[in-house]
Design a protein around this ligand. Structure first.
Ligand code: PEP
Ligand code: MN
Length: 367
């Protein structure tokens, strides 16, 4: 770790000092920031917040006031009017409030309205000019700030934003992992690429890091497994989008869940690392898991590629009236793979079972 990073790490105020366990007595993990993607109306905000306040895990209420939409002509946020609704949510439920700021004007309005926690969005973290403008506006204030990872998988931009905030005196700092965009259809809206948040954690071990499964997955069915994955990697905080009527949300409808669903889901999540107190062991386990997940992704990609060739050969056999199954070829292939597997230290039975499964699927696709 460089001396500059060491200094940041040393200066960071523990999250428990500005987002206390508070409600619910002893720290019930995981702890969560929840609320709608966008503030839409006072009623929507209050009803959502009332539902969320039922969970002892929910520590703060989020709502986007200004929305950075990828394309124009979509709902771009209610604007400053929504700040008063955040104040009402806090007065009624006691939940600290959080919103996204993208420029100096947003920061000033949030400070005037007493918003408790700010975050810099993924589309802003990529722009050093914007981050610097926000940092300058924050100079002298005591408000905690989370930095979301940039949309592209670049750790330096993420670190750079944290450094700019630290340089103006922000000490209540945190990071949000919301995944990274990629081209084309993928399982997730934003690829989690766990290596990057893990590397951030290695460089700044005392920086509070929370996960945003809503923007990683883009779909409500996947929020729970990805939240659990975050817990398994030792990330104990989550920021999750919740809407009183998700299907009619004005932004990110597919990824929002009702407060009731969210409260139930939070009860099911297991914080696994409670027993591991050694930070180095924790870090290594997380790193190895990330490596394993990356290999699994490659296995899936290779299987898909294998099946594409199978489809090609299937078409050719069909055109030339060749039978799908040639037992001799299959026997040779299995023998070769078992030998290769043994050489690589793999169990013969395992290789046999694996390729039987693959071969059965290949034959099925050609029939
Ligand atoms: C959000 O949290 O509502 C948001 C816009 O997220 P991101 O910056 O991660 O896209
Ligand atoms: Mn959103």
């Amino acid at each position: 770790m460089t001396d500059a990073l060491k200094q940041i790490n040393k200066d960071i105020v523990p999250i428990t000092e500005w987002l206390p366990a508070g409600r619910g007595g002893a720290e019930p993990l995981p702890w969560v920031i929840a609320g709608p993607c966008s503030a839409e109306s006072a009623e929507q905000m209050l009803a959502t917040a009332r539902g969320l306040a039922n969970s002892p895990h929910v520590k703060a209420f989020r709502a986007g006031i200004w929305k950075p939409r990828t394309r124009p002509n979509s709902f771009e946020g209610i604007g400053a009017e929504g700040l008063d609704w955040l104040t009402r949510v806090k007065a009624e439920t006691g939940l600290p409030t959080a919103t996204e700021v993208a420029n100096k004007h947003h920061v000033e309005l949030c400070l005037e309205h007493g918003v408790d926690i700010l975050w810099i969005g993924a589309r802003t973290t990529v722009s050093p000019f914007s981050v610097q403008e926000i940092a300058d506006a924050l100079r002298g204030s005591d408000v905690p700030v989370f930095v979301k990872n940039p949309i592209n998988p670049e750790l330096a931009l993420w670190l750079g934003a944290i450094e700019r905030l630290h340089a103006v005196g922000v000490r209540k700092l945190g990071a949000i992992h919301r995944g990274f965009s990629s081209y084309g259809e993928t399982q997730f809206r934003n690829d989690p690429n766990w290596r990057i948040p893990i590397e951030l954690k290695r460089l700044l071990p005392d920086l509070p890091l929370i996960c945003d499964p809503s923007h990683i997955t883009g779909s409500r069915q996947l929020i729970e497994p990805v939240s659990q994955m975050a817990m398994d990697l030792g990330i104990q905080g989550l920021i999750i989008e919740s809407h009183i009527d998700p299907d009619h949300a004005l932004s990110d409808a597919k990824q929002q869940v009702t407060p009731e669903e969210l409260c139930r889901m939070l009860e099911r999540l297991k914080v696994r690392n409670a027993g591991i107190t050694d930070r180095e062991v924790k870090r290594k386990i997380a790193q190895f898991r990330a490596e394993i997940s990356q290999v699994d992704v490659k296995i899936i990609q290779n299987l898909a590629e294998r099946m594409r060739w199978v489809d090609e050969i299937g078409r050719l056999k069909h055109e030339h009236n060749i039978p799908v199954l040639q037992i001799e070829r299959w026997e040779n292939l299995l023998g070769d793979h078992i030998a290769r597997g043994l050489k690589a230290g793999l169990d013969a039975e395992f290789i046999k079972a694996l390729f039987e499964l693959i071969h059965t699927q290949a034959v099925k696709r050609q029939l």
